[in-house]
Design a protein around this ligand. Structure first.
Ligand code: ZN
Length: 132
């Protein structure tokens, strides 16, 4: 298993981690297979979406914030319930196909780390599974 750190600098933020994933896949030398990307946090997530237009991640952050407001009412005493809900909606993992030691992504697709309760140091775990 591979891992890398992500230093977030905002409370809500989407950070493109495609380059790090691409590097891990290339170094694994699996040829063809699967890449499992997992975020071991309860207030962060991972998703795949467009990064050609930076307004796309901005819109995702802003609509999530409108759907799940920072201030509840919520029960959870830590004050970060909105971040927990967003993390569950977006999800803790993504699976990417690998061909020729490259992630198979659409032209406009990037892999994003989603911070919902930053700024913090975060971790991303990556497992490359080669075809037998
Ligand atoms: Zn909490």
């Amino acid at each position: 298993m591979n891992s890398f750190s992500v230093k977030t600098s905002e409370r809500f933020e989407m950070i493109d981690i495609t380059r790090q994933i691409r590097d891990i896949i290339r170094e694994a030398g699996a040829g063809s297979g699967l890449c499992y990307v997992f975020v071991p946090h309860t207030t962060a997530a991972v998703t795949i979406n467009e990064n050609a237009d930076p307004d796309v991640p901005r819109d995702i952050i802003s609509i999530l914030d409108r759907l799940i407001p920072l201030h509840g009412p919520y029960r959870h005493g830590e004050g970060n319930s909105a971040a927990h809900v967003k993390a569950s909606l977006v999800g803790a993992s993504e699976t990417v196909l690998i061909e020729d030691d490259q992630p198979v992504l659409g032209t406009w697709q990037s892999i994003f780390f989603c911070e919902f309760d930053g700024p913090r140091m975060r971790k991303v775990l990556v497992k490359v599974i080669a075809n037998p």
